[in-house]
Design a binder for this molecule. Structure first.
Ligand SMILES: Nc1ncnc2c1ncn2[C@@H]1O[C@H](COP(=O)(O)OP(=O)(O)OP(=O)(O)O)[C@@H](O)[C@H]1O
Length: 310
């Protein structure tokens, strides 16, 4: 420290710990892939908390670990280390049968490639029925739920069509209906608008927002599309397998009564106090391995080694 603090600010009484309203809590999550002698650290200590009923977007460069995170949350892949809890499930200690139950009832997953979500020889109604049958849902549910869900997703008119008879946007809406069949608490979508044009993508995204509100399902959407990520209240950015920053958006009312969205970006600090400083900040001030930290009354300053006030 360059100088002693005048007074140490008191910690905020609000705790960042996952609470009863938390649906997803990942802490220091690590996933290492081993291919022959090569090790790839896809997740390198990622932290993420998502509240019940929240809808968030996850963004990040190609290879930053977004799909790995979603596969782990979907119960398809298992973490190497760290903690990951979704609803009442601990994702690091699930048995094989737990995993089946978890994937059937707790999470719905919409994959990146639209076609991979669908079965070419089944109609939309039959595809929504498939997970209901697998979960031995009551006959009443099986009769009514496929039609109702397709209706909510705006593809009720497509109920008797097969995937080849659907547009890209319709296929994605059907895929979302399939993922929601067993009333999951969490809906995970990996680039659901990646293969769609701008208008169709906006409609599909609106459909995700609608089901988030209507069914109170927690939604995590991975996207490259800034138009999409700009429409949720919270966007989490992943860099090199870690949560690096979050953008929070809120609607403010101006004096003339008009409303506008205010977006504020925050760096994310993990439990050990680590924060990633963006590359452009580091380069602008030539911050290298050693930096100077100073605790002020209302902030922590980071300065280049050899800066003033040494
Ligand atoms: N099964 C695997 N075996 C080996 N390495 C893998 C495997 N899956 C992912 N990786 C590696 O882990 C890292 C993270 O991959 P991931 O697919 O999670 O990134 P992503 O952010 O989703 O990228 P994209 O936006 O391109 O889909 C990458 O370096 C990738 O090559």
């Amino acid at each position: 420290m360059s100088k002693p603090p005048l007074s140490v600010p008191q910690p905020s009484p609000r705790t960042p710990e996952p609470g009863p309203e938390t649906m997803i809590a990942c802490e220091s999550l690590v996933r290492i892939y081993q291919t022959g002698s090569v090790e790839v650290q896809a997740l390198q200590g990622l932290d993420l908390v998502v509240e019940r009923g929240e809808m968030i977007a996850v963004v990040g460069a190609s290879g930053s670990g977004k799909s790995t995170l979603l596969s782990i949350l979907a119960g398809i892949d298992a973490p190497t280390a760290g903690r990951a809890r979704v609803d009442r499930w601990n994702l690091l200690s699930m048995s094989r049968s737990d995993r089946v139950r978890y994937r059937r009832h707790t999470v719905g997953f919409v994959r990146q490639q639209t076609a991979s979500n669908l079965v070419p020889y089944l109609t939309a109604r039959q595809m929504v029925d498939l997970p209901l049958t697998a979960a031995r849902a009551p006959a009443g549910d099986r009769r009514t739920r496929p039609g109702e869900l397709l209706e909510v997703l705006g593809v009720g008119h497509c109920a008797d069509r097969r995937p080849a008879q659907l547009s890209g946007g319709e296929q994605m809406r059907v895929a979302i209906a399939v993922a929601l069949a067993n009333r999951p608490r969490v809906l995970l979508a990996d680039e659901p608008t990646g293969e769609l044009d701008a208008d169709t993508s906006a409609q599909v995204f609106q459909a995700l927002r609608d089901v988030n509100r209507q069914f109170a399902v927690t939604v995590v959407v991975v996207t490259h599309d800034p138009e999409v990520s700009g429409q949720v209240e919270r966007t989490v950015a992943i860099r090199d397998g870690r949560t690096s920053s979050e953008v929070l958006r809120r609607t403010a009312t101006a004096e003339d009564g008009g409303t506008h969205v205010i977006a504020e970006e925050y760096a994310v600090m993990d439990r050990a106090g680590r924060v990633q400083i963006p590359r452009d900040y580091r380069e602008a001030l030539a911050l290298t391995r050693r930096v100077r930290l100073a605790l002020e009354a209302d902030r922590v300053e980071i300065r280049p080694n050899g800066g003033v006030d040494a």
